[in-house]
Design a protein around this ligand. Structure first.
Ligand code: GLA
Length: 391
């Protein structure tokens, strides 16, 4: 059974009726543009064909009741008395309800069943997927307008202020706005997006290091602070600077002496990474696939050496990928310190490459590792559940 069939079936079992709506929102993999989103810069992610699904129907009161097939747990809460707790996945549901109401959206209650296949904690944005699926659910039952950028902001607010994770806007925006068959060039300042067709004849492999991301939270916040500090110091000579997005390589070179060595390395990564994203979009448009590969490798080196967010496992995945026939480029993806790498590979070689890389990774590190061949999917969507649930 597909996930959609599973939630339809479980809904019918619980409520003795078919749901009114089915919604889904995908996870993501970022192709290039790492740690640029919170510097108002550019990113190039794609929504993947793994998602969080919810089957639901409206209630005529202000309660929300959700059963998770993955956690085998039911949570219920009242929209007028939302309270933070430590309920794991349910905090994302409540957090989105809170953020939608804070943004002025009038909500109604609903009940539903959820399930997902975005690996949790692997750096593929399972949190953004549940946030945007819940936002889609509220939008469906209350007939709210679906503006992907505004809904992405709601998801980010839930994550920042309710769940307490200080993420940027990339994950929520791609989950909200993704387009099948495309990556999206996202301007994280204006939230404008441009669909970038993926190169025919190639695939993106997601390589999960299966290594714990212990440092991720604290080091992430530290990197953000270092970037803000660097931008603040450069602003003393260039008053128009709001974030590192506004700094060119020439400006940085001319005033490197204003920054301490760590800030200089962080700024060098961000400023160069923004340029790499735009060059990568051009290279994809030109079919210059080896340039795309070279930019991915340059991005990885910069994240490893200047931004210092890679890990031995991620470096090993990239190195092993580049030794594998058919692979054009590879880099770590997401926040770093564990999580996943992404590799661009010739379509015909994709399956063999996935297996070869993971086998060698296991031999080298003793960690499980896992590879997914990902297709670019549509962002958050809702449809009426017209078909009856299977028996
Ligand atoms: C995490 C965050 C994103 C982004 C990336 C790094 O995925 O949630 O906002 O900052 O790290 O590019």
């Amino acid at each position: 059974m597909t996930l959609e069939q599973q939630i339809l079936h479980a809904f019918a079992q619980r409520y003795g009726a078919a749901p009114t709506w089915v919604v889904r929102a995908p996870g993501r993999v970022n192709l290039i543009g790492e740690h640029t989103d919170y510097n108002d810069g550019f990113v190039l992610p794609m929504a993947i064909d793994r998602a969080v699904w919810i089957a639901l129907r409206a209630r005529d009161d202000r309660r929300v009741i959700v059963h998770s097939l993955d956690f085998e747990q039911t949570v219920g809460f009242d929209l007028d008395t939302l309270q933070q707790a430590d309920l794991g996945w349910a905090e994302y549901v409540k957090g989105v309800a809170w953020a939608l109401q804070e943004a002025g959206y009038p909500l109604t209650g609903w009940e539903g069943v959820t399930a997902g296949d975005v690996p949790i904690g692997a750096g593929l944005s399972s949190s953004a997927a549940i946030e945007l699926a819940v936002a889609r659910a509220f939008a469906a039952v209350a007939d709210l307008p679906w503006d992907p950028a505004r809904m992405a902001r709601v998801g980010q607010r839930a994550e920042n202020s309710w769940v307490g994770v200080n993420c940027g806007i990339m994950d929520q925006l791609i989950s909200a706005a993704g387009q099948a068959g495309h990556a999206l060039l996202l301007d994280c300042r204006s939230l404008a997006s441009q669909a970038v067709p993926l190169p025919p004849g190639y695939r993106f492999l997601v390589l999960d290091s299966a290594a714990p991301r212990t440092l991720a939270g604290s080091a992430y916040n530290q990197r953000r602070a270092e970037c803000e500090s660097a931008a603040g110091k450069l602003k003393t000579v260039y008053p128009a600077i709001v974030a590192l997005r506004d700094v060119t390589p020439a400006m940085l070179a001319a005033h490197a002496d204003l920054l301490d060595p760590v800030e200089l390395r962080r700024a060098r990564h961000v400023v160069a990474e923004d340029e790499r994203v735009l060059r990568c979009v051009d290279a994809l448009a030109d079919g210059a696939i080896t340039t795309v590969g070279a930019l991915m490798l340059a991005s990885h080196a910069s994240l490893r050496d200047d931004y210092e967010v890679s890990s031995a496992e991620l470096d090993a995945l990239v190195e092993l990928a580049m030794l594998t026939p058919g692979v054009i480029g590879a880099r770590m993806t997401g926040a770093g310190f564990g999580g996943c790498a992404v590799a661009l590979v010739e379509a015909d070689a994709a399956e063999a490459a996935a297996e070869a890389i993971i086998t060698r990774y296991r031999e080298r590190t003793g960690r499980a590792g896992k590879a997914y061949i990902c297709a670019a999917s549509q962002g958050a969507e809702a449809h009426r559940a017209t078909h009856p649930a299977p028996a």
